[in-house]
Design a protein around this ligand. Sequence first.
Ligand SMILES: [Zn+2]
Length: 284
Amino acid sequence: MKVAHLVLVKRLGLNQGAYWGQRLNPYEVMSACRTAAERAGWSVETIAPEPFRRIALVRPSPLPEAPNFYVSAGIHGDEPAGPLAILELLREDQWPMGNYWIIPCLNPDGFLSNTRENSIGIDLNRDFRHPKSNEVIGQIAWLTQLPRLHLSLLLHEDWEANGFYCYELNSGKHPSLAQTMVNAVSPVCPIEHLPEVDGRPVDSPGIIRPSAEPHARPLWPEAVWLAVHKVDRTYTLEAPSDWPLPVRVNALKASVMAALGAAGQRCPAPSIERQGQLPIELSP
Ligand SMILES: [Zn+2]
């Protein structure tokens, strides 16, 4: 059945030198996330500083042995699939057992201008070593008060990619979840087939394992800060943004659920059927 899915999926061909696909209003998506989360019993926190109106969604598990999971999206303003994937997952509310901390949109100003960077040109995902942006300073203050995490998943898109891929940072203490995610995504979205992505060799199709020496890197992405301070196993998930938005949303949802399911233990919850729809209306 995998082939039947992929035959229906066509590359849009819109992305010439940048992302030119559908855009989202970050405040509408965050508001919808808040509504869905509150309905499902999550608490909502605000991430400083106030003007960005960023929210974090928090839900502790009733089980004392539950693992700690962190999921973030929207650090690049030209990557709409991540915040939408989080919105759909909140509405479906089928999270595997765990304590959750989720940030649906880290860079609202970037989404307002459809830019990777924030409103003053800082790439937030290169600002974690010596942070200068108010967004990252506020996020690090919030992250610092979290307990040690078992897994972090960072949702991204790549405007040049031919398919889904992921970066893995794993201290080696834990089993890899990368192939589990690629297997879960392959029925709903193509997998990147190139042997090298952004100058990094691919370990196996769709899986990149960069060298994890943080102090050799002058600019830290969110993943490296988390690896240094909070978590042994972190994945940066990249959906191919020249493909239809529902395909990319489904790719990110499938990879997130596969990783969380493998890292924790699935608990039953009511299901909402949503086929090929976006969770919110977008401008073209
Ligand atoms: Zn990104």
